[in-house]
Design a protein around this ligand. Structure first.
Ligand SMILES: [Ca+2]
Length: 330
């Protein structure tokens, strides 16, 4: 810097606003200043230096756009795909971040009744919240920063998770199946034993020539959770054979309700409306089903309509059903 320079003036808004600086207060020669109360629009800043005789230098200028509330309006909050308990942790699966999200903060209740906040970088898409209390909503908000920006801006209000933290139906539930549709020791309850990657821990439909081609084949799960404790289900996961040729499940329906489905009622007269109708592909051994409208009920029926296998086999290695107690949530 020219040693004759003594002071500087920073202008903005067509020189209607300014700040004065005395270089003697900044021995390093670098001045950092915060300009507050800027709006979300483009500004041109000018710096003019002065010597002791108040001779002015040429102005040097820079144009910059502060970002804040109205800049944020065009930035969507991150989405939560799944929020589910895994042991003592809530595992949150997030949607893709936009380029300008930098971090996401979660606020949740722990089993000890504490409110905890945890911050994660945008690069993380599956995060764990330790000791989270099940069946509670959680709050979250993200911070944003444009590529050229210096400060991050937090969205000034919390978003609520789309549904409470869900839990998985465990092996205290019972599973029944259409008569004559159990092959050897491949019992239906093996779809809930937690073992996802072993044929010997799967339900296999009949290999008997008289029964194997019969459809529908129906699995009924009694979650044993009754009344206000029945789960409201929103997510199911099918685990099939690690070998694509052994993935037989094709078109199916899922029903959720409070009266016991009869796995031998193959007319489905008493089943009501399915909460889901769809099909699995043979492309993956793990496939998710997500309900846009969650449904509460003690019983779940999976109605298999057909098979990719010409003999009509169905083989399900594990089935996960996630839900929450809606009356508990807040
Ligand atoms: Ca299993």
């Amino acid at each position: 810097m020219d040693p004759s320079i003594r002071t500087a003036k920073l202008y903005w808004d067509s020189r209607t606003k300014s700040m004065d600086f005395d270089y003697s207060n900044y021995p390093s020669g670098t001045i950092t200043a915060a300009i507050t109360e800027l709006e979300d629009r483009s500004y041109t800043f000018e710096v003019i230096n002065y010597d002791a005789a108040q001779n002015a230098s040429l102005a040097s200028e820079i144009t910059s756009s502060p970002f804040g509330e109205s800049w944020l309006v065009s930035h969507a909050e991150r989405s939560i795909k799944f929020a589910e308990m895994d042991g003592n942790d809530a595992v949150i699966t997030l949607g893709k971040p936009t380029d300008e999200i930098t971090e996401t903060m979660f606020r949740y209740e722990t089993v000890d009744g504490k409110t905890v906040e945890k911050v994660f970088l945008a690069t993380e898409d599956i995060v764990r919240l330790p000791n989270a209390k099940k069946w509670k909503y959680l709050d979250y908000q993200s911070s944003f920063c444009p590529a050229e920006g210096i400060d991050t801006v937090w969205i000034s209000n919390w978003s609520k998770s789309p549904y409470p933290i869900a839990t998985k139906v465990d092996n205290s539930a019972t599973v029944t199946v259409t008569t004559n549709q159990i092959r050897d020791n491949f019992k239906p309850e093996l779809i809930l034993d937690g073992i996802k990657d072993n044929l010997n821990s799967s339900w296999y439909s009949s290999n008997n020539a008289s029964y194997r081609s019969i459809f529908p084949k129906i699995l009924v799960i009694d979650t044993k959770l009754i009344g206000d404790n029945a789960l409201t289900f929103n997510h199911f996961v099918f685990y099939e054979n690690s070998n694509p040729d052994g993935r037989y499940i094709r078109t199916f329906n899922i029903y959720v309700g409070d009266s016991k489905f009869n796995p031998d009622d193959t007319t489905l007269m008493t089943f009501g409306e399915p909460v889901y109708t769809g099909f699995l592909t043979q492309l993956s051994d793990v496939q998710d089903v997500f309900l846009t409208t969650a449904k509460r009920g003690r019983y779940i029926a999976i109605v298999f309509r057909n098979s990719y296998n010409t003999s009509g086999f169905i083989n399900l290695w594990e089935f996960e059903a996630y839900g929450y107690v809606a009356s508990n949530a807040n």
